[in-house]
Design a protein around this ligand. Structure first.
Ligand SMILES: Nc1nc2c(ncn2[C@@H]2O[C@H](COP(=O)(O)OP(=O)(O)OP(=O)(O)O)[C@@H](O)[C@H]2O)c(=O)[nH]1
Ligand SMILES: [Mg+2]
Length: 448
């Protein structure tokens, strides 16, 4: 795995200038070689995230818990022999390099970031991120002085597993939850594990069935995947055999162990995740290159046509003016005389004016073309990926395209394009690397 990570790390450095010339941002610009997997707990407020983290890590409790909204920021819990808490911008510096992807979220977010270094065995295998609970009200949302959705999106991209907790008392997906599911977790669905938490609070089997059914129904409305993600039933605290309502917890206990196993072995997930992020990054760059190159080719074609037509017009109009002037002044163009010189000057002036007019015309036309290409960016995408339509991977591509479409259109419309020479050859090299990624991953996991 380390070899694969090293290879990826090098590739990110190699393709960074190419990405820069296409205004493309990698989601995970660096891979920490031999890094520890990271998992995040998301969910509604008071769904039991912090309690579950405390239960996993054992006594003494690491996180504060309570009925009222307790956490107002993100806490990353990592392993270290000397226990310490770091708050604010300095916290990012204490985290693995990959977390630098959080820096662009700005100082308001960094004020809400806390790192807790704890000497617990479990943390040698996994970093844990505890999040503030989602609150279903527009007023509460506006009280957050950082972009919560963007934060969750970046963290979900970075983490290797995303645990989404639901409280049986409120299994209905709240407004913020719907938002998180439909926007922030797009593309990260494969990491998603849903937990129906606080199972010890069910008073009867009927109660449980109702909560489970409602949860599934709500999930099916917001998730775009064909299959329902795995739902674990959990509760935190000591193992008990009967719930508050006297319900038998034996099956829940078994299921809770299953969750703990999944949670404690996230290294395979890390391999999957690092691969998926790198694949999405490089495939996205290739897609951006194809579309922008196609537009640039069209622009170049138009500019060349204008150059040809413009220079032909300038030469013709210049010669014609010189001839007509010479004829009206009864001068010979090919003999040195003041009149002949005057005729040439007249011709030259008209040619220069024609050049100027054609360059203005060319600029206006290219501007118009850029605007129209930006509008037809989907058509360019389809044109460039016709082969994939034939081999049936088009839906996948279209989904990926959705993520970079708007920005690509914007670049075509406005950005100064200074594309690298041999752009297509470079794209082909990138494509070769991307298609070799899966082989590299298989090889390295076989060696591991
Ligand atoms: N019955 C039961 N109660 C739980 C369980 N887990 C948490 N609770 C209770 O639920 C309340 C909220 O727990 P927290 O762990 O603070 O929830 P949270 O999701 O971290 O909340 P925020 O940080 O505010 O978003 C507390 O009163 C806990 O005692 C559980 O498994 N079973
Ligand atoms: Mg909490």
């Amino acid at each position: 795995m380390e070899r694969f990570e090293k290879q990826l790390s090098k590739a990110y450095k190699r393709f960074a200038p190419l990405a820069q010339s296409y205004y493309y941002t990698f989601s995970r610009p660096s891979v920490t070689v031999g890094g520890t997997p990271t998992v995040i707990f998301l969910g509604n407020h008071s769904s039991g995230k912090s309690s579950l983290v405390n239960w996993i890590l054992g006594a003494p409790p690491v996180q504060d818990t309570g009925v009222a909204p307790t956490d107002d920021g993100f806490t990353v819990i990592i392993y270290g022999e000397n226990e310490e808490d770091i708050v604010g911008p300095a916290a990012v510096a204490r985290l693995p390099e990959e977390f630098r992807a959080m820096e662009p979220l700005g100082p308001s977010f960094l004020q809400h970031l806390k790192v807790k270094v704890r000497n617990r065995e479990m943390l040698k295998r996994v970093n844990i991120v505890d999040s503030p609970g989602m609150i279903d009200s527009a007023a509460a949302e506006s009280q957050r002085d950082y972009d919560f959705n963007e934060t969750v999106r970046r963290l979900a991209q970075l983490c290797d597993m995303v645990f989404f907790l639901f409280d049986p008392e409120k299994p209905g997906t709240t407004g913020e939850t719907v938002n998180v599911f439909s926007t922030c977790l797009r593309g990260a669905e494969f990491k998603l594990r849903v937990l129906l938490n606080k199972c010890d609070a069910f008073t009867s089997l009927y109660d449980f069935a109702r909560a489970y059914g409602t949860l599934c129904w709500n999930l099916s409305r917001v998730l775009r995947t064909k299959d329902l993600p795995k739902i674990f039933t959990t509760y935190s605290g000591e193992e008990r055999n009967t719930a508050q309502g006297g319900m038998d917890l034996t099956d829940f206990n078994r299921h809770r162990k299953e969750f703990l196993d999944t949670f404690s072995n996230p290294s395979d997930r890390r391999a999957d995740n690092v691969f998926a992020a790198a694949y999405a990054d490089f495939a996205g760059l290739s897609m951006r290159m194809r579309v922008v190159n196609n537009a640039a080719r069209k622009m170049r074609k138009l500019t060349m046509r204008h150059l040809l037509v413009g220079s032909a017009t300038a030469v013709l109009s210049g010669c014609l003016t010189a001839l007509v002037t010479a004829f009206t002044m009864d001068a010979n163009l090919f003999e040195f005389s003041a009149r002949g010189l005057l005729a040439w000057i007249a011709g030259g002036t008209v040619a220069a004016l024609a050049c100027l007019a054609s360059s203005v015309w060319s600029r206006i036309s290219v501007r118009k073309l850029r605007a129209s290409l930006a509008q037809k960016v989907d058509d360019i995408f389809t044109e460039e990926h016709r082969n994939q339509t034939a081999i049936g991977t088009f839906d996948d591509l279209r989904q990926r395209w959705g993520g970079i479409r708007t920005e690509t259109a914007d670049i075509i419309d406005h950005a100064p394009l200074s594309l690298p020479i041999f752009a297509e050859r470079k794209r082909a090299a990138l494509d070769r690397f991307t298609s070799g990624l899966l082989d590299a991953l298989t090889k390295s996991s076989r060696q591991a």
